[in-house]
Each structure stands twice: as C-alpha cells, then as structure tokens.
Design a protein around this ligand. Sequence first.
Ligand code: UD1
Length: 339
Amino acid sequence: MSILVTGGTGFIGSHTVVQMLQAGMDVVIADNFSNSKPCVLDRIEQITGKRPAFELCDLCDKDALEQVFKKHPGITGSIHFAGLKAVGESVRMPVEYYRNNLNSTMNLITLSEKYNAKRIVFSSSATVYGKPKSVPIREDFERSCTNPYGETKLIIEYLLEDVVRADPEWSAVVLRYFNPIGAHPSGLIGEDPKGIPNNLLPYVSKVANGKLPYVHVFGNDYATHDGTGVRDYIHVVDLADAHLHAVRYAESRKGIDFINLGTGTGYSVLDIIDAYSRVSGKKIPYQIEARRPGDIDECYACPDKALKVLGWKARFNLDDMCRDSDNWQSKNPDGYPEK
Ligand code: UD1
C-alpha cells in the first residue's frame, strides 16, 4: 500500500515526504523537476535514511503517468502537490497555467479511477477566498479568485466536488494553505525559488544574507495595526504534518472536505522583518513602496476545523519559522546545487 506524491521534490512536497518516510509510509514520488532539483532526493535520504521511490514524470503526459501506476500496483491514493504556482507568471502565461494545472489533475483523477486509488489529498490555497469579507477565514466562506493561478486551484476544487458527486467511492481532502514558510530544522531542505523571489519570506532571507540589498515593503496604508499587509504564516514542517493527518482522514471516510491550514494568527510585513532580524541577529534594510496590485489587507485562517476533523494544529511560532528559514538560507545561499 503506497501513496503517490506528485510534486514530491518541491518545497511542501519534500517536507511531507520526509515525515511520511519517518512514519513508515510507502511513498512513490512523481515529479518532472520543473521547479525543483534531483538532489532533493539525496537530501531526503540524508534526513530519513530512506530513499523514496521516484519516477521522473510530467503529469500532463497521461501515458507516462499510467506507467507509474502500472509499475507501482500498490498505490492506493495520492497527495497532489504538483502544479505551477507563481501568481505574477500566471497572469503573463494564463494558458500555460490552465493547461498544466488542469490537464495534470485530470490525468491523475482518470488514472486513479482506473487503478482503484480513489483517495486524494489536494494542495489548494487560501487564494480561493479572494478578498474575504472578514477574518478569520472559515472554510464555508464564499470562493472567488483574482488571477489564473488561483482560478486553477478553484476549478480543481469544483472538479473534485463533481468527481465525488459522480462516484461516492471517492475520498477527497482539499487543504487550503495560508502562507507556508520556514524549512526543515536540519537545513537540508527548504524553499528554493527560481530567480528573484516573489513571496515575502524568501525575499527577506536573501536580504538578511546579503544576496539582495533591501526588502520592498508593498504598501503601509492597509487597514492593519502598522499599515502593512497581514498574513497567516505557517511553518512548512507543521504543514507537512497536517498532510499525514489528512491522508489518514481520507482513508477513514468517503466524500469531500475542505480544510484551512494556518495558525490562526496574522503577522504584518514589518512584524516579519522585525522577528527575522531579531532571531537571526542580521540587519534587514527595507523601503516602503506602492501597494502590489491584487494584494489584500489581511488574511488569516480560522484553524478550528483542522483541529476538529484532523486532530491537528500548528506547533511552531514565528521565531521558529524565521530561525529555520535563516538556517536553510545560510547553509544554502544559492539554493540546491544543480547536480
Ligand atoms: C501569495 C499569492 C497567493 C499564493 C501565496 C503562496 C499574490 C497576490 N498572492 O500570497 O496567491 O497562494 O503567495 O504562494 O501573489 N510583500 C512585500 N514585499 C515583497 C513580497 C511580499 O511587502 O517583496 C508583502 C505582500 O504585500 C503581502 C505579504 O508581504 O502583504 C505576503 O506576500 P507573499 O509572501 O507574496 O504572499 P501572499 O501575497 O499572501
């Protein structure tokens, strides 16, 4: 009995695979390294002492994905991380985002049906709440999106709802991530964005470690305690742990459920810069600039449902997240090596 982990060498995928291996679960990773590197597999092995089964596979290639199911007949379900995820890029290349994220997921669902692996844990995002009417955000809030990346997450949520409606044998758990940051405490795996980071934490890490000159703070006139945007940052190790709970939840029931993964606490951009600077002892210059189009004032989760249905809640605090981000960045100043 094994779990297919698509995108298992990515940021959240790799941390989840580590915990699955440590929990004695059988894992088969399918990944095309479009946003990750092969050496992640070595790092996973260094941490756990086990090398996960790995198949180089673009999920948009249905025949290639079918070979994965044929080669690993023990696959009983999947955790589906694989997908393109940069908001700005999705605005510039909408067709590529719809094509990649939707075709890959449809292939996965079709083959999961054929090979009787009708359980899926899906990586969705708090982005499906659009501009929420209030905070904290509950799972029953209205869904809407403002960019092609978010639309693909939302469409996949609708698709899974329809799949489960058509075939009650399916079990789907949709996890809506808030803002994952941090890294494995070993410093062996972490977030490795291509080029200049779009998201706040990787940017702050690079400034703290002298790779970039200063942080651009996008707006200080939001309706928040210090005017800068507030988000619910969650340690990637906590997030990974939630996936193990979600796999067990998916095994225990049928139907579909939607669960927020956040801490329930919001921090502003300046809170993050302060905490990171204090924990790392490093200077983080910043400059206040115009708002980034599409950003909202504040976004944080109501985490109650995760505790109720998964028995999970986040354990790490902001200092832990900053410490582990900085440990990863200082040990891997240029990210993962090519080879
Ligand atoms: C972004 C995406 C969201 C996606 C999530 C995880 C946008 C509009 N939203 O969320 O869809 O699910 O990443 O990948 O891109 N900030 C700065 N300076 C920076 C970068 C960010 O001040 O250089 C601020 C932002 O204005 C925001 C906060 O930091 O207030 C967090 O930004 P970011 O890390 O990009 O995450 P989100 O925008 O919440």
